[in-house]
Design a protein around this ligand. Structure first.
Ligand code: HEC
Ligand code: HEC
Ligand code: HEC
Ligand code: HEC
Ligand code: HEC
Ligand code: HEC
Ligand code: HEC
Ligand code: HEC
Ligand code: HEC
Ligand code: HEC
Length: 439
């Protein structure tokens, strides 16, 4: 009887101890980070201490965890190899050599020694597992190395919206520059509402604030001080001296959502403190090290000058070769011309033209709505995502396919013609010639 009690007490002690350790482990990010097996990829390093966004309590990773952040985007870009392709029994044989029905088969974490670009942890030639017959099915591909399938401008595993054959074929003879070199323009600023009333505000307010607000699109659209400084714009509520992002979200849902989806806002989205340049993995100016990334980083409050936001603001934090090279590029000259009024609206190319591009859609009244994509990672990688969203407004397909495959040209921020050539168009022409021959 006594022995049983001792055993029972020992076991319960062990179990309680284990439960306690687990609890400490899951509620103490600092402790958890000690268990990280290796450096986390560039896409996730900002949230790496938030183990539970990816891991189950038993430390495994479910595809659902990845889907909560990536599913919508992969769907939007018509993923060429969606999970559903591999849960289809007809393709079951394809999974015998590579378990493509799980994200972690190709995207492990904390393994820098095997991590390639875009968080891929498979060897460069992994397409061979399922496409070993491509050389016989497509004579133009005979003898091509499998390490080159997803080279820039050829194919992607997920997003081929700018690279499928019919799309390239239609544009294969385009000249380097379009006749109309212009991106879509934003609606003219709203007509001033008269009289523009700021409403009630603290007496000791810096006159500059009032001055900036008066000249802004907000004043013109009748957005008073209270709209941002008092909850819900309700003048009966207390004055908030420094309104946060929530106040903007009430009227600008799109920009807030976009901001939170990319590397600028992913920490805010996770409920952590905002990102700062000091925590970045890419080169940043020391002078900006501790400035927190919020809407105000690009839009000085009250002035909200979108031109400053489009290039000047970026250059006050970013400090990589590509960013530094921008000022001397032909694109920067076009942008300088546009903001000085010499160039027509939409003909300049700022950082934002490429990284926070404008998108247009028609609302229920058939009115054109132009908005700005605030997720600067949405078209960043693979970089051919920029072809449709940006480059084709001004350039032809053959030139931009080559330009985006030219790493050195990207580093010099597109200061001249590309010196790399992608063979996609040549292969299409070759296939047509072979077809004609066999007829
Ligand atoms: C962005 C998602 C993500 C976050 C955040 C994350 N992990 Fe992971 N972790 C993964 C993935 C993916 C794997 C690989 C799983 C596999 O291969 O099945 C992994 C693997 C592991 C492994 C197993 C390594 C091995 O070799 O088997 C450990 C241990 C681990 N993570 C610990 C942590 C800890 C501790 C944290 C938080 C401090 C954390 N992870 C945060 C995604 C993440
Ligand atoms: C909390 C949201 C979140 C979760 C969970 C998450 N990711 Fe991400 N992931 C991001 C963000 C944000 C980025 C960076 C922006 C981008 O590149 O789109 C990113 C980037 C990536 C990239 C591209 C990296 C690069 O260098 O371009 C891959 C691949 C990726 N994630 C796969 C996964 C996989 C696989 C999982 C599940 C283990 C996962 N993600 C879980 C938000 C998330
Ligand atoms: C069989 C391998 C494989 C599997 C499985 C896989 N990926 Fe990928 N993934 C890649 C490759 C290769 C790239 C590099 C870019 C490309 O070729 O599309 C990539 C790139 C990405 C990117 C960044 C580029 C982009 O187009 O957004 C994200 C995000 C991503 N994968 C998420 C996922 C998620 C989420 C899953 C699971 C639902 C998944 N991947 C499953 C191979 C894979
Ligand atoms: C796990 C198996 C598997 C892997 C690995 C794989 N694919 Fe596929 N791929 C498929 C299947 C299944 C299809 C559907 C057509 C078919 O049956 O061939 C397909 C179709 C395609 C298509 C044609 C898409 C279309 O709609 O016309 C391209 C292009 C492609 N894959 C490229 C690649 C590239 C590039 C890689 C490597 C980065 C790769 N695939 C890796 C299974 C795979
Ligand atoms: C579109 C939203 C918006 C409107 C409209 C607005 N503000 Fe602000 N205001 C902000 C934000 C955001 C901050 C916080 C800036 C920061 O955190 O640095 C701020 C900060 C302030 C501050 C504190 C500045 C400081 O340096 O301490 C004062 C005072 C102020 N606003 C007064 C006003 C007055 C007066 C009006 C009307 C004439 C007004 N605001 C209209 C968003 C707005
Ligand atoms: C009560 C609604 C409301 C709130 C709250 C609000 N805005 Fe606005 N905002 C507008 C309207 C209306 C416009 C003018 C029409 C347009 O450009 O969409 C505008 C325009 C803008 C513009 C474009 C300016 C230009 O010159 O084209 C920016 C940038 C902006 N807002 C940022 C913010 C930020 C940041 C916050 C939070 C601090 C905020 N807004 C809060 C309603 C609001
Ligand atoms: C990285 C810099 C950057 C950050 C951070 C940023 N913006 Fe912007 N935003 C811009 C630029 C650049 C434009 C104008 C681009 C153009 O004219 O094409 C813009 C335009 C806008 C517009 C007018 C266009 C539209 O889509 O309605 C609004 C509103 C806006 N921003 C709100 C916000 C809010 C709210 C936040 C915070 C969640 C925010 N921005 C964060 C750079 C930024
Ligand atoms: C307050 C400083 C700050 C401002 C202003 C700013 N950024 Fe950033 N940016 C960052 C930080 C920090 C990161 C995250 C880097 C990391 O995670 O390593 C980042 C990430 C990025 C990335 C993704 C890089 C990658 O490798 O995935 C791009 C692209 C980018 N910013 C472009 C811009 C553009 C364009 C502007 C202006 C419209 C801008 N940024 C304004 C600080 C800033
Ligand atoms: C003509 C389009 C274009 C312009 C203009 C442009 N970029 Fe880029 N940017 C790109 C492309 C393409 C990439 C490469 C994406 C890849 O392949 O990784 C890139 C990459 C980046 C990166 C990621 C760098 C890294 O190390 O991962 C940052 C940050 C960035 N750009 C910021 C800026 C800033 C800031 C400006 C303005 C001073 C700017 N860009 C102007 C097209 C452009
Ligand atoms: C608003 C229009 C516009 C957009 C958008 C644009 N460009 Fe340009 N780009 C130009 C103009 C105009 C020139 C100068 C052409 C010339 O002098 O022949 C130029 C020059 C270039 C050059 C140098 C060409 C040379 O022969 O010197 C390259 C490379 C280039 N752009 C690539 C790109 C890429 C890649 C993108 C998309 C990420 C892009 N551009 C987006 C208008 C644009």
């Amino acid at each position: 009887m006594k022995r049983k009690l001792v055993i029972w007490l020992t076991w319960s002690g062990v179990l309680w101890g284990a439960a306690g350790l687990c609890a400490v482990f899951f509620f103490q990010p600092k402790l958890q980070s000690a268990f990280i097996p290796g450096s986390t990829t560039r896409g996730h390093h900002q949230i790496e201490n938030d183990c539970q966004v990816c891991h189950t309590p038993w430390m495994s990773v479910k595809t659902d965890a990845c889907n909560q952040c990536h599913e919508e985007d992969l769907k939007k870009h018509r993923d060429t190899h969606p999970m559903s392709k591999f849960t289809d029994p007809r393709n079951a044989d394809r999974l015998q050599t590579i378990a493509a029905d799980e994200c972690v088969t190709c995207h492990q974490e904390h393994r820098p020694e095997i991590t390639h670009a875009m968080g891929v942890t498979q060897p460069d030639d992994f397409c061979i597992h399922c496409h070993q017959d491509v050389g016989t099915d497509r004579p133009t591909h005979a003898g091509l190395p499998f390490t080159g399938c997803n080279a820039s401008g050829c194919h992607n595993y997920h997003d081929n919206t700018a690279l499928y054959e019919a799309f390239i074929d239609k544009r294969k003879n385009d000249p380097a520059n379009n006749r109309r070199q212009q991106v879509v323009t934003r609606a003219p600023r709203p007509e001033p509402k008269t009289p523009t009333v700021p409403g009630v505000f603290p007496e000791d307010t810096d006159p500059q604030v009032l001055h900036d607000w008066q000249a802004s699109a907000h004043a013109r659209a009748g957005v008073s001080c209270a709209e941002c400084h008092q909850e819900g714009g309700d003048v009966a509520k207390p004055w908030i001296q420094r309104p946060g992002m929530d106040s903007c979200a009430r009227c600008h849902e799109g920009p807030v959502k976009g901001f939170k989806t990319g590397l600028h806002g992913m920490r805010v989205a996770a409920g952590l403190s905002p990102m700062t340049p000091a925590q970045a993995r890419i080169p940043m100016l020391a002078s900006a090290a501790h400035s927190e990334l919020t809407c105000n980083s690009c839009h000085a409050p009250h002035a909200y000058d979108t031109r400053k936001a489009a290039a000047e603001s970026c250059q006050s934090c970013h400090d990589d070769t590509h960013t530094r090279a921008y000022a001397a590029s032909p694109h920067a000259k076009l942008w300088a011309a546009e903001i000085s009024g010499v160039g027509k609206p939409g003909t300049g190319v700022s950082c934002a033209t490429c990284h926070l591009p404008r998108t247009s859609r028609f609302d229920e009244n058939d009115e054109k709505i132009v908005s700005v994509e605030h997720n600067q990672n949405a078209n960043l990688r693979p970089n051919d995502k920029m072809i449709r969203t940006v480059c084709l407004d001004c350039h032809g397909m053959p030139m931009v396919l080559d330009a985006l495959a030219d790493r050195a040209l990207i580093d010099r921020n597109f200061d001249g013609p590309p010196s790399v050539h992608v063979e996609s168009i040549d292969l299409i022409l070759k296939r047509k010639a072979l077809k004609a021959q066999s007829k």
